[in-house]
Design a protein around this ligand. Structure first.
Ligand SMILES: *Cc1c(COP(=O)(O)O)cnc(C)c1O
Length: 469
């Protein structure tokens, strides 16, 4: 399996070669040269596999430059009952009226990003050791992604993490989760500023190419192909758990931000998984819903992006969307390059001519959920079932409801556990959700964090002193 760029300007590369990179050299995103197809016989044979074994099968299709036995070791280390707090890894939890939750949030940070990040941590360590190389991950986080990366990379050989977070602006739970990590290779830097200022420092340091190469700086952002590939696995898993025989269809509803999660669903469907619909849910930041309704893609500025009660979906620009558009325009890389050039010039592009394909060919439908919808959905699900769902998952449930069809299971991806977002839970049902028992002591653990003025030079000096070289 070799990889190419959505914009056509990259010589074919192996998985390990694109693993540590962000954008392709032409500014595009890496995709397989051709997508593997899965027959229904193969699917049926996968029913008896556990999660790690299924991950080996699915990831083995995308990763052909790592021996199968090694890959099996990596998936077993990523997906087990020490890391995830249920032996199933991803439980399917029936809700009501044909809906079930696909439980993607049983990992260490209680959100679905652990699913991909745990594998990424294993495969980074493996490839770096093979190449006798080191990597210093530099990132900024307002909560979720950064902590998932830290939990995945803690203690890994050859990798350090430098994670900037806005001082005093994360929840107690998020702070306790990140700053209680005591591993030598994890560096939490609380910057006296807002998230955007943290992000600016990261951009400035990563944009200094000399500094970047001297200190082997890397990132683990949402366009990383290994993350997308690892997420494909749970669509197969969800289908296998929700069906009993060949050809049965399942729909998935996905709380979406950067279009990473649902892109993996699209790939699974293109590989032949019998998926009826992919239901894309946005919050008030409905750039993607607008596209699937009108065919016009119009990203917004940071100033036009609302801070909502499903904060991990507050995006202005969907960084993975280009990979879907590549398929939509018939894998015409020149067309993709032209669309993104147009985007940079006029701030939008128009694919309304292809609108009839969105659902008919690709199964995509979309909807918006607002703060009032989230509260009402959390409340109604709790009243009907006793289950407390998190605000992002509630967006998924709200948008999924009108698309439920008799005889076709609707799996809503549970992208976080409610205890992470208790302000909204209390607002909805008047009581907080309990964190999993094994995290009850989190708040009392000692915290390790470097508090710094909002100054690029200070962060630069800290990295010079602490980076793995
Ligand atoms: C990251 C995240 C999302 C959005 O996922 P994308 O892959 O960016 O579309 C939704 N919910 C939660 C809880 C998240 O952390």
């Amino acid at each position: 399996m070799k990889y190419r760029s959505t914009r056509g300007g990259m010589a074919p590369l192996e998985f390990s070669d694109i693993l540590l990179e962000g954008l392709a050299p032409d500014g595009g995103l890496a995709l397989p040269e051709s997508l593997p197809k899965i027959s229904s016989e193969t699917l049926e044979a996968w029913r008896e596999l556990n999660y790690a074994q299924l991950a080996t099968e699915v990831l083995g299709l995308f990763i052909t430059d790592i021996p199968r036995a090694d890959l099996a070791r990596l998936t077993a280390a990523a997906y087990n009952n020490q890391v995830f707090d249920t032996p199933d890894i991803v439980p399917v939890k029936p809700l009501d009226n044909g809906l079930s939750l696909l439980g993607l949030s049983q990992g260490p940070t209680l959100a679905f990003k652990d699913m991909a990040m745990q594998f990424l941590g294993q495969v980074f360590e493996y490839v770096l050791a093979k190449r006798n190389s080191t990597l210093n991950i530099l990132g900024a986080t307002s909560g979720d992604t950064g902590s998932a990366a830290e939990y995945a990379l803690r203690g890994k050989k050859g990798v350090s993490v430098f994670m900037l977070s806005p001082h005093g602006r994360m929840s107690d739970f998020q702070r306790a989760q990140m700053y209680s990590l005591q591993d030598d290779n994890i560096h939490n830097i609380a910057v006296k500023g807002v998230f955007d200022e943290c992000q600016d420092i990261v951009k400035s340091l990563a944009g200094d190419l000399d500094f970047k190469s001297r200190y082997h700086l890397g990132a683990v952002n949402s366009i990383n192909w290994a993350r997308i590939a690892a997420q494909v696995v749970y669509y197969f898993w969800g289908w296998l758990r929700a069906t009993t025989g060949p050809g049965q269809q399942v729909s998935f509803a996905v709380p979406s931000g950067n279009f990473g999660n649902i892109l993996s669903g699209h790939l699974a469907r293109e590989m032949g998984l019998p998926v009826r619909r992919l239901v894309l849910a946005t919050n008030e930041n409905n750039v993607l819903e607008e596209f699937f309704r009108t065919g016009i893609y119009r990203p917004r500025s940071a100033a036009q992006t609302h801070a909502t009660s499903s904060p991990s979906m507050d995006i202005s620009r969907a960084s993975n969307f280009e990979r879907f558009v590549f398929d939509l325009v018939g894998q015409d890389a020149a067309r993709v390059a032209q669309l993104w050039q147009q985007l940079s010039q006029s701030g939008e592009f128009d694919l309304s001519g292809l609108k009839s394909q969105f659902e008919a060919r690709y199964g995509f439908v979309a909807g918006v959920s607002t703060h009032a919808d989230r509260l009402a959905t959390i409340r109604s699900v709790h009243a009907a079932t006793g289950v407390i769902i998190d605000p992002h998952t509630a967006d998924g449930v709200k948008v999924a409801r009108p698309f439920v069809e008799a005889g076709i299971p609707m799996l809503v991806l549970e992208t976080a556990l409610p205890a992470k977002f208790n302000d909204t839970i209390v607002e909805a049902i008047g009581q907080p959700a309990q964190p999993p028992a094994h995290l009850g002591h989190l708040g009392s653990l000692p915290q390790k964090v470097e508090i710094m003025d909002c100054d690029t030079a200070l962060v630069r000096r800290y990295i010079e002193q602490h980076a793995k070289v």
